[in-house]
Design a protein around this ligand. Structure first.
Ligand SMILES: [Zn+2]
Length: 372
């Protein structure tokens, strides 16, 4: 099935909503339109002139970028400047660009979780809290013979996760009554006759972030023309979201060994290390992709043995050293991990929804730094 840019982004937003980005982060549609059919979507870390050339050659309709291409507002559109020419080329070739930046760092099953998976960091929590969202409760009324199917659909959409438990729900059986009138096309019953149906009321909870996907899963699984459901906010349960992650390695290693692991996992020629003692034992690791130096005090407060983040500034490195925090700066470009991971996720959606779309990742290396 061919789909529009809007259909794809609607699904993307249910996974990685814009409102989970840090305040002022210019996420979302940057260039072009989503009101068009899409056949090829390319994922990239950076939108650079070489990446735009690649997108034109590969007939890409939509670019999903980790780094917003218009991070600082363009003051003029002088296309003799390479950066601005790039915007013009994108518009001329009808290539839309959509950015998911800090929201991709904050969401669960996002970039920082992919880093932890790659490095074997378990039992993770966020490094720096950014958002607290309430839980919602959905109560849906469905004929008893459809109850099991509805519970499965709600669970698959992520509803009913409570602590270490999945698919939690509560149901009770009652009687639903309705009289279809002119214009109705009832699944059960006849026009202008009162109908009574044995219905289950199924209740599930979920964080507000999942509202769109849970409601659309419920509507898709409901047999009625006019599904009956209540949706309300619950006061006694909240969910925190944050940037970066802190977690544990399976078994302790020396800092020197850990550095070797980082170089290997990210295929690095070199990295920058801030540490007095390279034989220090590492068990608890904090990580924040990109430029996370401003969160180093959270790594200290959360008792991390080492903090991994990019773009560490010279004087901040002095402060980190003075406070006894070991820091590994593998560079900002390790965020390229978002490309294969997003393509994998999009291909899963392609399968689930039977989309006729090709998902690719950019093959351009946008790392401006080389080690010599
Ligand atoms: Zn970044």
């Amino acid at each position: 099935m061919s789909i529009s840019g809007n259909t794809f982004i609607e699904k993307f937003e249910s996974y990685c909503p814009q409102w989970l980005a840090e305040a002022g982060d210019p996420v979302g549609l940057h260039i072009g339109t989503l009101n068009k059919e899409i056949e090829t979507v390319m994922v990239t870390l950076d939108v650079r002139p070489e990446v735009v050339t690649e997108a034109i050659e590969k007939k890409v309709d939509l670019i999903i970028a980790k780094h917003p291409p218009i991070f600082r507002p363009a003051k003029r559109l002088d296309i003799d400047e390479p950066q601005t020419k790039m915007y013009a080329d994108l518009l001329k070739n009808d290539i839309a660009v959509f950015a998911a930046h800090t929201n991709l760092d904050i969401i669960e099953n996002g970039l920082n979780d992919w880093f932890c998976e790659l490095l074997g960091i378990h039992e993770t929590t966020y490094l720096t809290k950014t958002h607290t969202v309430p839980y919602k409760k959905l109560a849906v009324f469905v004929p008893v013979e459809h109850a099991a199917e509805m519970r499965t659909a709600l669970g698959q959409a992520g509803a009913g996760t409570q602590g270490d438990y999945r698919n939690t729900s509560y149901s009770m059986i009652g009687t639903g009554r309705f009289t279809p009138v002119d214009g109705a096309n009832p699944t059960i019953g006849e026009l202008n006759q009162e109908e009574r149906v044995q219905e289950a009321k199924i209740e599930v909870i979920f964080p507000e972030t999942l509202e769109r996907q849970v409601i659309s899963a419920m509507l898709a699984a409901h047999p009625y023309e006019e599904p009956a459901f209540d949706l309300y906010t619950i006061d006694n349960l909240k969910k925190d979201y944050g940037l970066g992650r802190v977690g544990e390695l399976d078994s302790p290693v020396s800092l020197a060994q850990f550095v070797v692991l980082i170089k290997e996992k990210f295929s690095l020629e070199g990295l920058r290390l801030v540490a007095d003692d390279e034989e220090k034992e590492i068990k608890r690791v904090a990580i924040c992709g990109g430029s996370g130096e401003k969160f180093y005090k959270d790594a200290l407060a959360k008792k991390a043995d080492v903090y991994i983040t990019g773009d560490v500034y010279y004087h901040t490195a002095h402060d980190m050293e003075a406070e006894g925090l070991a820091v590994i700066d593998p560079g900002h470009h390790i965020e390229e991990l978002c490309m294969p991971e997003l393509v994998k996720l999009f291909n899963q959606w392609k399968k689930d929804y039977n989309w006729n779309v090709t998902f690719i990742q950019s093959e351009i290396n946008t790392n401006p730094f080389k080690f010599r």
